[in-house]
Design a protein around this ligand. Structure first.
Ligand code: ASP
Length: 344
């Protein structure tokens, strides 16, 4: 009899441990490298290969951390830092220029378990803006710091400080000159901006922000976004990225979202939180909630862009309303997906 009891106790312990491992095993991650008028006909095969390779590298770096049992915050930061260091994307090195010819960076991170968040805006000397946002979240009582104060805080936290010239790239500088000229032409043709998709009015417009969302083995979600903002931005302009609920949001009870697109529209539509709220209060699936906000609400307003999003079950939705969005994901089955254009 005793033997039987021991046997059942052992069976119970082993199945519950196994059960736990199964739940712990479900990890997933998605990243983006910006949305906009990204068309096959304008892209050389070499350039396209570079983008795909960098997306894959960033995606795998984040996924590796998750697979080894690391947390979702570490995973999103690892993925973003690879893209911040790459001049291909509008974040960190290779960030776009302000009207004054400077690089001013914004970033935010949110922890879906604790609902803690951290953000920085308008910084020019911290090598990894996402690490500054994380420091604000973890080592200060605040949620957002801007400009010189944020830079001083980052330095005190021991983060790597660089000369502002670190962020400079010729390509982005030339882009600023082109857009400055375009702007004059646009004034000449100023008209209705409610076209739905910005592509028609701004054929050169690209939003190269980077972002990552992840689900770790403990079921915790995280979202993070990092950007140089928009080319030719003026007067201390800050976009949606560091505004919690607009460009970045995470809540274990709904989803984690990172956005890219025309920030002014994303702020006014409170995009990331709107998606979470549609799930939480209206019971929509992640896919329905994200599509409704990006493909209906934003289109009606005339706001171009997209999001990457993930829910607590590991479902992933990557909707956008522009011609393309650099995006990649690895789902709970380990399936990798990398896409740039609309039709893939
Ligand atoms: N959303 C960013 C901003 O408005 C731009 C981008 O997504 O590239 O600052």
């Amino acid at each position: 009899m005793k033997r039987f009891i021991y046997f059942f106790i052992l069976l119970f312990i082993s199945t519950s441990v196994l059960g736990q491992n199964q739940t712990r095993g479900k990890v997933a991650i998605a990243i983006h490298g910006g949305a906009g008028t990204i068309k096959r006909e304008n892209m050389s095969p070499e350039r396209e290969a570079e983008y795909r390779a960098k997306l894959e590298e960033a995606l795998k770096a984040g996924h590796k951390i998750l697979e080894e049992g690391g947390n979702s915050l570490d995973a999103v930061v690892a993925a973003i830092q690879i893209m911040e260091e790459s001049p291909l994307f509008n974040a960190g090195k290779g960030a776009v220029f302000t009207n004054e010819g400077k690089n001013e960076l914004d970033a935010a991170i949110m922890d879906g378990q604790s609902l803690q968040a951290g953000a920085v805006a308008g910084i020019s000397t911290v090598k990894s803006p996402i690490s500054a946002a994380r420091a604000v979240m973890e080592s200060s009582p605040h949620v957002m710091m801007i400009g010189k104060g944020a830079e001083q805080f980052a330095q005190e936290q021991g983060l790597e400080i660089v000369d502002p010239s670190y962020f400079y790239t010729d390509t982005r500088y030339e882009q600023l000159q082109r857009i400055k000229n375009t702007e004059k032409q646009q004034l000449d043709h100023d008209g209705d901006n409610r076209q739905g998709l910005l592509d028609q009015k701004f054929p050169d417009r690209k939003f190269g922000t980077v972002g990552a969302v992840a689900l770790d083995m403990d079921g915790n979600l995280a979202a993070a976004t990092s950007t140089g903002g928009m080319t030719n931005k003026r007067y201390g302009r800050v976009g949606d990225v560091p505004i919690i609920g607009a460009g970045t949001y995470a809540d274990n009870n709904s989803c984690a979202v990172s956005a890219t697109g025309h920030g002014e529209y994303f702020i006014r539509s409170v995009v990331a939180y709107d998606i979470a709220a549609l799930m939480k209060y209206k019971g929509l699936s992640l896919n329905d909630a994200a599509s409704q906000v990006i493909k209906e609400k934003l289109v009606e307003m005339g706001g171009g862009g997209g999001v990457i999003s993930i829910d607590a079950k590991g479902n992933i939705a990557l909707p956008f309303n522009t011609a393309g969005m650099y995006r990649a994901s690895i789902d709970t089955q380990g399936q990798m997906y990398i896409g740039i254009y609309e039709d893939e």
